[in-house]
Design a binder for this molecule. Structure first.
Ligand code: NAP
Length: 479
């Protein structure tokens, strides 16, 4: 199957080698073996991609919204037809279990379907000025050339969540995928071309010099937006660079999701929710439950039952159909998880299950539950990005909310209680862009996804996702 995946840069509708001739290796996280070699885009290639996107911009913006939408709809259909192969590809380069990869393909394709429908909804406003002197006419226009930068943890969905609304709005794009997972992005480029997206509208630029190529593009005045999903650290760098030319930014950054279980919760539902919120993608999700706060009367039972379920998961190569938890993406990630767990245990926590990195090849870490985690442990402050659930006990609702908000992040939170008034009160009090109330999964292409505080700026998905790629032009008019 890998022989069918393009490994060159995709610029102006053509597959081209890097101008330097450089290539870089993509590894299989299950073995550490090289599975492909991909063209390594440099600054000159980045400029060629901006040229192509700028050249295609006018015609694409003028293409009827219905036609733009139909290309996205076709891309949705092609992704759905090829779901099995795409899932294998994701699993191969990212390591995630096939079951997660299949879920990702469905989720990713839905962004194309949703934004196929949103393409025709770029409505403006007509109103009368309060003074009565004139009319206020607001029209929506595409932002222009957009640089899209995506992470490795959802190599398909993070790309379609940006490409879908950008194309629906009439923007052209250069996608710079994570260098651990460029193959899925290249497969998406081929699908979009086959779906009828004109040359230059979507360009894909894998690179091992991500900092340099993105920075080069952001210095070009033709680029009018950067949409980034990744770490808060890199988000800060891009925000600073975007300031130079005062360009639009959308930032989907790191999370540190609290998962609150009140004593009146349906514990079965809370455990099901915990398994999804923690273990979707093996814990490598910005939405992953990072800290569990459980009310004292149910803390022992919740911890014991969560540990039983975590211990029962089948760990193995992502591409094996039986696997429920694949390896982590690379050595750095598994070393970080291992360090956080060791630190918590040294500080007094107990590993009820897991807690030890296995020997042998591949970047594996076992599903782990920690109890008695000290309040100042780094594992409660940092994004774990692995299959580890640290549990802390709380006494009162106020304390639970205080713990939940004790972080610079604010992407998502999960709350489990049978008391709806409490559920809504706590949901309002928590500083996060999204809340799963009695639910361990919030991601939905039809809903605005995004964070507050240092988890980001802007929203992806829903109607808000389309507006991120449109400028409002106000025309004061007399008639
Ligand atoms: P990352 O290190 O920030 O990398 C993300 C992307 O930025 C990659 O394409 C990377 O390229 C590129 N990059 C790295 N340094 C750059 C620079 N100086 N200038 C421009 N681009 C640069 O994040 P990651 O480790 O791939 O992903 C994990 C992070 O993403 C987590 O923090 C997670 O929470 C976050 N995330 C957030 C959301 C959300 O919606 N809020 C969703 C998914 C993930 P290379 O691969 O070449 O380094």
């Amino acid at each position: 199957m890998l022989g069918l995946v393009e490994t060159e840069l995709f610029i102006g509708g053509k597959w081209v080698p890097a101008s330097s001739g450089d290539r870089f290796d993509v590894l299989d996280p299950a073995t550490g073996d090289v599975i492909a070699s991909v063209a390594n885009g440099g600054e000159g290639d980045a400029m060629a991609a901006v040229d192509a996107a700028a050249a295609a911009g006018k015609a694409w913006a003028a293409t009827p919204p219905r036609v733009r939408g139909e290309a996205l709809r076709k891309a949705f259909e092609l992704m759905t037809e090829r779901a099995a192969d795409l899932a294998k590809l994701i699993s191969l380069e990212n390591g995630k279990a096939l079951v997660d990869a299949k879920g990702e393909v469905t989720y990713a394709a839905e962004f194309f379907r949703w934004f196929a429908e949103e393409a025709v909804r770029g409505e403006g406003i007509v109103s009368t000025a309060p003074s009565g002197a004139n009319r206020i006419l607001v029209v929506r226009q595409p932002v222009g050339v957009c640089v899209l930068v995506t992470p490795w943890n959802f190599p398909a969905a993070m790309a379609t969540r940006k490409i879908g609304p950008a194309l629906a709005a009439g923007c052209t794009v250069i996608l710079k995928p994570a260098s651990d997972t460029p193959l899925t992005a290249l497969a998406m480029a081929a699908i979009l071309a086959e779906a009828g997206v004109p040359d230059g509208v979507v360009n894909v630029l894998p690179s091992r010099s991500s900092g340099k190529v993105v920075s080069k593009m952001l210095k070009d005045p033709r680029v009018r937006k950067v949409s980034f999903t990744g770490s808060t650290e890199v988000g800060r760098i891009l925000l600073a660079q975007a300031a130079d030319n005062v360009i639009n930014t959308s930032m989907e950054l790191g999370g540190n999701a609290p998962f609150l279980v009140f004593a009146d919760a349906d514990l079965d539902a809370a455990l099901d929710g915990a398994m999804i919120a923690k273990m979707r993608n093996g814990g490598e999700a910005c939405t992953a439950a990072n800290r569990f706060y459980v009310e004292a009367p149910v803390a022992e039972e919740f911890s014991r039952r969560l540990a039983e379920r975590m211990a029962g998961l089948v760990v193995g190569p992502g591409t094996d159909e039986k696997t429920q938890v694949g390896p982590l993406v690379n050595e750095d990630t598994v070393a970080k998880v291992d360090g956080l767990v060791k630190g918590a245990v040294e500080g007094g926590a107990t590993a009820v299950t897991g807690g030890k990195r296995p020997g042998g090849p591949g970047f594996y870490y076992p599903p782990t539950v920690l109890t008695g985690v000290p309040g100042d442990a780094p594992i409660l402050r940092e994004e774990i990005f692995g299959p580890v659930a640290p549990i802390v006990t709380f006494g009162t609702e106020d304390e639970a909310v205080r713990y939940a908000n004790d972080t610079e992040f604010g992407l998502v939170a999960y709350v489990f209680t049978r008391d709806l008034a409490r559920g809504l009160r706590v949901s309002e009090a928590i500083e996060a862009g999204m809340v799963g109330l009695n639910r361990g999964l919030v991601s939905d292409p039809a809903a605005p996804f995004g964070g507050v505080k240092q988890s980001g700026i802007g929203r992806e998905g829903g109607h808000e996702g389309l507006l991120e790629y449109l400028e409002s032009k106000y025309i004061a008019v007399n008639w």
